[in-house]
Design a protein around this ligand. Structure first.
Ligand code: SAM
Length: 280
């Protein structure tokens, strides 16, 4: 382990087996572990039989702590920063510490591991080649609706974090403002009751309303607007034909159809060529 470094250590989202060997070694060797909640991280460290001095670094003291942690690193200590779950600085404290470290010329070393955004996206079945992570939607209704409206024309999959007590409201606004998009709600990732609900915002909301208790943590993924037109049962050549009939040049139509399917332009050409040969 290097001295005078700040390590950003990702921790499990729920399943303790998801801790990495490198994360464990970094936590074991650090001089100090900065964490959102000393009780929560204390439990995690005890589980792995790691005994370390802990200091809190949460949204209310991060600005002040950032300077202190950087001073410790400048004095030669190795500082590990963790959040309650997942990757620090991703909708969690960490950004200010990293910024202060970068400004002070301190090395910042990420120790990668779980993050709900990537975990949910990878198994969502929505296009993964181009996505927009928006974190938590604003709490105030008007601002939340304004934020959703800006996603109307998004050609990327949009990934949002949502709290259990706001999920129904968010899905209602999603349905009203964005219509029948393909939506996936990932709940309790990596935990015993992990599930992926797929459908429209309306159908998923209905399913959640049917349940008497709404618990857990949620990631909401919204398919791109183009995806409605580019449903999987439309073959590549049909889709290219559709786009050409809408006035696009063939080359542009192939490019767009390829992008919608998450394949390269070269792969799309090859597939169209193979199909044309098979048909002749
Ligand atoms: N830093 C974390 C990360 O890398 O994903 C995110 C922390 S943010 C404060 C917490 C939010 O992440 C939750 O409200 C939920 O939207 C999402 N999240 C965290 N763990 C999750 C899980 N196990 N299943 C689904 N969503 C989760």
């Amino acid at each position: 382990m290097s001295r005078g470094v700040i390590y950003l250590v990702a921790t499990p989202l729920g399943n303790l087996e998801d801790i990495t060997l490198r994360a464990l070694r970094t936590l074991r060797e650090a001089d100090v572990v900065a964490c959102e909640d000393t009780r929560h991280t204390g439990q995690l460290l005890r589980h792995f039989e790691i005994d370390k001095p802990l200091v809190s670094c949460h949204e209310h003291n991060e600005a002040r702590r950032a300077g202190q942690l950087v001073s410790r690193a400048l004095a030669g200590e190795s500082v590990a920063l963790v959040s309650d779950a997942g990757t620090p600085a991703i909708s969690d404290p960490g950004y200010r510490v990293v910024r202060a470290a970068v400004d002070a010329g301190i090395r910042v070393v990420p120790i990668p591991g779980p993050s709900a955004v990537i975990t949910a996206l990878s198994a969502s079945g929505l296009p993964t080649h181009d996505f927009l992570y928006k974190g938590f939607l604003p709490r105030k209704k008007a601002r939340r609706r304004a934020a959703l409206t800006t996603m109307e024309a998004a050609t990327s999959t949009v990934v949002l974090y949502e709290a259990p007590h706001r999920i129904l409201e968010a899905l209602a606004d999603l349905q009203e403002l964005l219509g029948d998009r393909n939506v996936v709600v990932a709940r309790e990732l990596t935990k015993i009751h992990e599930e992926f609900l797929r459908g429209t915002a309306l159908s998923i909301r209905k399913e959640l309303v049917r349940r008497s208790v709404l618990k857990g943590e949620f990631v909401v993924l919204v398919g791109p607007s183009e995806e409605i037109k580019a449903s999987d049962d439309v073959s590549l050549s049909t889709r290219v034909g559709q786009l050409e009939s809408e006035g696009q040049k063939r080359m542009d139509a192939i490019k767009q159809a390829a992008r919608e399917r998450g394949i390269t332009k070269r792969a799309a050409y090859a597939s169209l060529h193979r199909n044309a040969e098979a048909d002749s």
